[in-house]
Write a protein that binds this ligand. Structure first.
Ligand code: SF4
Length: 424
């Protein structure tokens, strides 16, 4: 925003005398000194190496059991619809040691869940580590139907290695990550997600479209087939995985037939969560220079609604399969609708509402659940068109306790299915 509106807010609106982009925080003292002379100051340059490694964020809501850690910035994928490469600059990763220090600090503060953040998070590569750890191969999906338009960096510590280290800091801390790109899901990362109890079995795989021609115009670097092959691979390695995705309706030149491929992708995969948008052209992007935003607004809206309806038609079915199962829920706080209830999330990031206290049947002792508690909850209700579940608490637990002593449910859900049996 600072980069885009600098002229307007400085010269036209005369609202401020200093415009500082995100990467200029180190030069704030000099910039402020300039403003003290009566001049205005601007620094919106994007850095090639700024990773904010030395900035330990202050947690505003210190009661929250969750926190976010920025591990890399920027992106060079240059998807044709996306402004990120122009507003966040080149891809650069924060040194592993600095990330581990922050994870440890958050663990010491009682945080129970961290989400590793980056514009292209699984493309993480700590180049300050010159030797590739022997524990992981250099496999990416680039040889398996995925491509990039930039040269992949070589050497250094990669995302799977980082996840390995982060997950060992505190086995009682859940680890999530967002937002990844499908090209960077080597098998070792999938095995790590499966094997570490505290790495959540939730994989976000932004598809954007289910049609290969549209994906080509979007410059996503994969086809419908390679995407579905990756989904199949994930299902085979992590049977109880939850999948989420992003979709754009009405990208440049999208025909009704191409749109129907997106609907069929949703029907095939049956995502647990999806972020769905109508395409909106951004200046500076490749699409802005080279394509026409030629899908009518009402057509975009209709297609978006169809995508949303298709997603919700499967969510009920996905959530119903959880009814009767026992889930480990991390309590986030009191439910918005009732003081008597609490809200929390499963490992797969599904929201669950359940009574905020319980009486132990044997001892008759009463337990009140607080933010940060892990509670085993028996799921009792899933409603159509809702991403929320309801349940009853069974007992307080922990990640290790739950993973060692999984309550056996005759109807324990499995997501594992084969595309050959799907409706696509
Ligand atoms: S959509 Fe994601 S991967 Fe593509 S350019 Fe934007 S940030 Fe990068």
């Amino acid at each position: 925003m600072a980069e885009r509106l600098k002229k307007k807010i400085l010269e036209t609106d005369k609202m401020v005398d200093l415009v500082a982009g995100p990467d200029s925080y180190r030069s704030l003292p000099q910039l402020l000194a300039v403003t003290e002379t009566g001049q205005s100051a601007v620094n919106v340059l994007l850095s090639l190496d700024e990773t904010y490694a030395d900035v330990m964020p202050v947690r505003i809501n210190s009661d929250s059991p969750s926190a976010y850690i920025s591990i890399m910035r920027g992106c060079e994928n240059m998807c044709s619809f996306c402004i990120v490469p122009f507003t966040r600059g080149r891809e650069r990763s924060r040194p592993t040691d600095s990330i581990l220090q922050e994870v440890k600090m958050l663990s010491d503060q009682g945080v129970k869940e961290v989400t590793l953040l980056g514009q292209n998070v699984n493309s993480y590569r700590d180049l300050s580590q010159t030797t590739v750890p022997v524990s992981f191969s250099t496999d990416t999906r680039l040889s398996r139907g995925f491509s990039t338009i930039y040269r992949t960096r070589q050497g250094g510590r990669r995302f799977a290695d980082l996840m390995d280290k982060v997950s060992l800091v505190d086995p009682e801390m859940r680890i999530r990550f967002t937002s990844p790109h499908p090209k960077d899901f080597p098998d070792e990362l999938l095995y790590l997600i499966r094997e570490r109890a505290n790495v959540c079995n939730l994989v976000h795989m932004p598809a954007q479209s289910g049609n290969t021609e549209v994906l080509k115009r979007m410059r996503r670097g994969y086809t419908r087939e390679s995407y579905l092959e990756l989904v199949e691979n994930i299902w085979s390695i992590i049977p109880d995985v939850s999948l989420s995705s992003d979709f754009i309706a009405g990208f440049c030149g999208e025909t009704d037939e191409e749109h129907r491929d997106t609907i069929s992708l949703l029907d095939t995969v049956k995502f647990d969560m999806a972020y769905m948008f109508a395409y909106s052209m951004r200046k500076k992007t490749h699409a802005h220079h080279a394509m026409q935003d030629d899908v009518l607004e009402e057509v975009k809206k209709r297609r978006l609604q169809e995508i949303i309806d298709t997603f919700y038609s499967h969510v009920g079915e996905r959530n119903r399969r959880l009814v009767g199962s026992h889930q480990l829920v991390l309590v986030e706080g009191t439910s918005k609708r009732s003081e008597e209830e609490v809200a929390g999330r499963t490992d797969g990031n599904v929201k669950v509402i359940f009574p905020g206290s319980m009486t132990e049947p044997l001892t008759q002792s009463s337990t009140t659940f607080r933010p940060g508690d892990y509670v085993i909850v028996k799921i009792t209700e899933a409603r159509d068109g809702s991403v929320r579940l309801r349940g009853v608490p069974v007992r307080l637990s922990s990640i290790l306790d739950f993973s060692r002593n999984q309550i056996s449910d005759s109807d324990q859900p499995t997501n594992h299915k084969s595309l050959s049996n799907s409706t696509s």
